[in-house]
Ligand binder design. Structure first.
Ligand code: SF4
Length: 400
């Protein structure tokens, strides 16, 4: 059975009622025995459980240290392309945004990856918009093959594919597949995704299963907080992660908690998801799913990241750029506009050909990052917090 059927059968009404109004007695009971069901997890999301945040955090921290040691695994995103055929209302790369676009050549991707390995990274996430013309399966396979000899952990965050299209990527050395559902609220999803293949909610929801069937052994999922009710998103993500742990049991499963950031198109969050709520979700996830990896990105500020890291986080990005070529300036000469899949050269002296501050190519980033510390500074801070920064992901031997 696919998770799509399991998701459709979730008793959302009763789960959300618990998450909104669990009593002090039921929160105390769940804390006493530990959460063992989705209903227990929902109880830990309640305002009443929010009043016991310190207890939740202490337990989350202790459990994380027990399961993962005092380690934080570092990774960096490497953006290959910001071309996209989808219109996602909240994303800077949306098809209809008149942004500066580029797709790196395989040689340029190697240059970017070398810059990251020179900084210490061994775990790289290749990211691209969804555009079969510019980011084909063949291109992805070539990129992975070109990096495999010097990047031990390669993950992908690209447009969803069929299992048969994932298989060559796994054969060439990709281990991990990250796909955010964005929102698990079908109504909001339909309003946010107005053009392109991403409109198909169920196809996206079943992507981690197809990736697992193709041989990926690290699966990353998330909701993008700020689109729908955060409790509905957290319950759905927890249900999805629990299903993957049961049904894709050879895979390591990670959950991220991305919040909306400023981007081209200037989309504003539709719902609130504050720092306290974020802490509550991290702790509840850890107590419910002790073995799930929890990822923290540079979407959050340095100050908040430093406070969140010891509470249950296992993976963190550092020094991230969200524009293709951001680490070396690769692709600088090929930046262009794209209109209906056609490249439109920038006129000489175009006023738009002005690299914004900190951007090496001028290509537009997906969103603004909030923690702009270097990877070395982040690693140093992790040590100061009493943790060991680990530059490689889970050992391949453990995920075979
Ligand atoms: S979220 Fe992904 S699919 Fe949607 S516009 Fe951005 S890059 Fe494209």
């Amino acid at each position: 059975m696919s998770f799509v059927a399991a998701f459709n059968a979730l008793p959302f009404e009763s789960l959300l009622a618990r998450a909104a109004g669990a009593s002090a007695e039921s929160v105390a009971a769940v804390l006493a025995r530990g959460p063992s069901s989705l209903a227990d997890f929902a109880t830990l999301l309640s305002p009443t459980a929010g009043g016991a945040l310190e207890t939740l955090c202490r337990r989350s921290q202790a459990l994380t240290r027990q399961r993962f040691g005092r380690t934080i695994r570092l990774f960096a995103p490497l953006y290959l392309s910001n071309e996209c055929i989808n219109n996602c209302a909240y994303c800077g790369f949306s098809r209809d945004n008149p942004i500066l676009r580029v797709t790196l050549s395989v040689e340029e991707v190697v240059r970017e990856a070398r810059a990251l390995t020179d900084q210490g990274f061994r775990n790289i996430l290749l990211v691209a918009g969804e555009h079969p013309k510019f980011v084909s399966g063949g291109y992805m396979a070539e990129c992975v093959a070109a990096l495999h000899s010097f990047v031990p952990s390669i993950s992908l965050e690209v447009g969803p594919m069929e299992t048969s299209d994932y298989e060559p990527l796994v054969r060439n050395g990709a281990e991990g597949l990250v796909v955010y559902q964005e929102t698990y609220d079908r109504g909001v999803y339909a309003r946010m995704h107005t053009l392109g293949p991403k409109r198909d909610f169920d196809w996206r929801l079943a992507t981690p299963e197809r990736a697992y069937a193709a041989g990926f052994r690290r699966l990353g999922i998330a909701a993008l907080y700020g689109l729908a009710d955060w409790r509905l998103e957290a319950i759905s993500v927890a249900a999805h992660a629990a299903w993957l742990l049961r049904n894709c049991w050879k895979a390591q499963v990670t959950v991220s908690l991305p919040r909306l950031r400023p981007c081209a198109g200037e989309f504003q969050p539709l719902t609130a998801f504050g720092d306290r709520e974020m802490v509550q979700v991290i702790a509840a996830l850890r107590l419910f799913l002790p073995d799930v990896g929890i990822v923290l990105s540079t979407r959050e500020s340095a100050a908040l990241r430093d406070r969140l890291l010891p509470l249950g986080i296992t993976h963190a990005s550092a020094g991230s750029h969200t524009e293709p070529g951001g680490y070396t300036g690769a692709g600088k000469d090929a930046v262009h506009h794209t209109v209906r899949g056609r490249i439109v050269e920038l006129a000489a002296g175009s006023s738009e050909w002005v690299p914004s501050e900190g951007r090496a190519t001028g290509a537009t980033g997906q969103f603004d990052i909030a923690d702009d510390r270097s990877p070395g500074e982040v690693a140093e801070q992790i040590r100061r917090l009493g943790y060991e920064p680990v530059w490689k992901d889970w050992d391949a031997a453990l995920t075979a």
